[in-house]
Design a protein around this ligand. Structure first.
Ligand code: PRX
Length: 579
């Protein structure tokens, strides 16, 4: 195999990594030891207790969160304040009727109250289900209904999207609106965060909370059907804590920044649970991507450990290395990336810009925590996602679900169940949950290979799911929205390779009788999808075609659309419908 090995990173690490010998830690690994390390009191097996209250008792004044608003205001919150605010919200939710395992959706900006409220819900026994705030109304209603949600917490700027779908969510009990900046007018049928918090006690006793109680739900896209709610339990925290300690290499004095939004699993597992269970100060930035602003955050808050995504790294690369070099970001000691393949150029560029190689790691919504990683103490092979986390058996398997032992052979990436953060259900969909397990394996849906030294190399998805800027998009959801438009007879959606976002959403559309292809219609269709689905999920490109290739049973052959788009051989077309 042709790769350049970077011998790193111990020199750049200013402190001793939490482990320096992967073989040794693998040999000695036991999840029980991690639990002992955490020392959780009986009946308090609650993610919020472990992340917040435990530290509020021991280090009440330590900063839990440094928050910077999109316009540059900075607010600091200690673990004690965090505990008090989340306790108040837990009381407020119980007061308005929250029952154990009720689903509370979050559709908000990244403001401090979002984090207090999420932990408040966990303390009160609810399930937190955060959604990405750039979604349009349809994905929100669809996900809420699939989970039979009870509450939605939102912000004033997003409230109109919720009000537009209120009637379509029969199980919705209350909408709670948070305004971080100013008081907002009272709106009929809407609860106001600051009003329901008024007079609530800062004390809250977590009633019996068990490892296997539900805690977090994230929605993830598949090839067929609409997104599924992958549900996790409080025990997942064991994995968050362990990977925070050994992959993120968090030390008590670190200032950590995860750029992901809590609407995606990285933003909760590694934006909330991993740093806070390790008692580390976390930076939360409300704004979006901007090279200058991002470097400003690192400089101002002295970020030492930074977890981001390949698309962001590629955008930073485009902005050049002069800026980070001139800023002398000396606090940074360790950078990681996840969500898409990190090209070798990205790993190496980190050396040029920050004097630090970027460490890639791999996992999924379903796995709940990092499964394969480049560890700080390990030599990086640029382009490889690294080696399995201790206690996790990762393998390449063939189509008969047998492990492929020989190196460098492509197959399905599979993991042997189970581990603490393993998802425990697709909400209300046992059949699809079971379909992810074959023989003794959990099937990830990715293809990969393993080299002779045990490094894993990502090859691609094994299904039609699109990865755009690190966010998975299910083609079915986009196709369904397109065919709601009267001009569209049929639609097939694929991921088209893109140098920055990895893939963009591209739709092939055949038109209904009486409609003619035009640029104006293309704009209308993109607008229709953006309004309903949101800008990240809507197609960026639409191509009109006469008819879509289909199997004899009528299924659109996305694989063929993709091969044609890429100019690749069409493969087996024996099931293709006759023209
Ligand atoms: O295809 C893989 C890709 O992202 C998928 C998981 O996406 P999601 O469930 O949204 O979880 C995001 C949290 C990581 C994987 O099945 N993926 C993730 N990390 C990598 C990756 N592809 C290549 N390299 C990675 N490091």
């Amino acid at each position: 195999m042709d790769y350049q090995e970077i011998v790193k990173n111990t020199k750049a690490l200013k402190i001793e990594p939490n482990f320096s010998n992967l073989k040794k830690i693998n040999r000695e690994w036991s999840w029980d030891n991690i639990e002992t390390d955490l020392d959780i009191p009986e009946k308090k097996f609650n993610q919020a207790y472990i992340c917040v209250d435990r530290h509020a008792e021991k280090t009440p004044n330590k900063l839990a969160m440094i928050w910077e608003s999109a316009d540059g205001n900075i607010e600091n919150y200690s673990f004690l304040q965090f505990k008090n605010e989340s306790n108040k919200f837990a009381n407020a939710m119980i007061n308005i009727g929250l029952k154990k395992s009720d689903r509370v959706f979050f559709f908000t900006d990244r403001i401090p109250e979002l984090y207090f409220a999420c932990f408040g819900v966990l303390k009160a026994g609810g399930i937190m289900a955060p959604l990405f705030s750039a979604f349009g109304p349809e994905p929100v209603a669809e996900r809420f209904n699939r989970a039979e949600g009870s509450y939605i917490v939102t912000t004033p700027n997003l409230l109109n999207k919720i009000e537009a779908i209120r009637d379509q969510m029969p199980t919705l009990k209350e909408i709670i609106v948070i305004s971080h900046r100013s008081e907002i007018k009272h709106i009929k049928n809407i609860l106001h965060y600051h009003e329901i918090m008024k007079g609530q006690s800062e004390k809250f006793e977590i009633s019996e909370s068990k490892k296997e109680d539900w805690s977090v739900m994230h929605f993830t896209s598949g090839t067929t059907g609409l997104p599924k709610g992958a549900a996790h339990v409080h025990n997942a925290l064991i994995s968050h804590y362990a990977t925070g300690k050994y992959v993120l290499d968090l030390h008590p004095e670190d200032i950590y920044w995860c750029t992901a939004d809590p609407g995606w699993v990285t933003g909760t597992s590694y934006g909330m649970f991993a740093p806070w269970s390790n008692g580390v100060t976390s930076v939360i930035y409300e704004g979006g991507f901007s090279a200058k602003k991002w470097y400003g955050i690192i400089k101002r808050h002295k970020v030492s450990v930074w977890y981001t995504a390949p698309t962001a790294i590629r955008l930073l690369m485009k902005a050049g290395s002069t800026l980070p070099q001139s800023l002398n970001l000396e606090s940074l000691r360790y950078i990681m990336s996840v969500g898409e393949p990190l090209n070798p150029e990205g790993v190496i560029w980190g050396e040029e810009a920050f004097n630090l190689a970027i460490h890639d790691n791999w996992w999924q919504t379903e796995t709940g925590s990092i499964m394969v990683a480049n560890y700080p103490s390990m030599n990086i092979r640029p382009g490889s996602m690294g080696k399995p986390f201790p206690g996790i058996k990762v393998a390449i398997i063939d189509d008969n679900f047998k492990e492929i032992i020989e190196p460098d052979i492509e197959g399905q990436l599979a993991i042997k169940p189970t581990w603490p953060s393993m998802f425990k259900a697709y909400w209300n969909d046992e059949e699809r949950y079971q379909s992810r397990f074959k023989g003794e394996w959990y099937i990830t849906g990715d293809r990969a290979k393993k080299d002779k030294d045990g490094y894993f190399w990502f090859i691609g998805r094994d299904d039609d799911v699109i990865n755009t800027a690190g966010h998975l998009v299910g083609p079915f959801e986009v196709e369904s929205t397109l065919i709601e438009h009267p001009a569209v007879a049929e639609a097939g959606v694929i991921g088209k390779p893109d140098p920055v976002a990895m893939e963009i959403v591209k739709a092939f559309v055949s038109l209904s009788h009486g409609y003619e292809p035009s640029d104006e219609l293309r704009r209308q269709l993109i607008g229709h999808c953006r309004n309903r689905l949101g800008p990240g999920t809507a197609p960026r490109e639409i191509e009109f075609i006469e008819t879509l290739p289909k199997t004899r049973s009528g299924k659109i052959m996305r694989r063929l659309l993709k091969a044609r788009e890429l100019g690749l051989p069409e493969g087996d077309t024996s099931t293709l419908e006759d023209d």
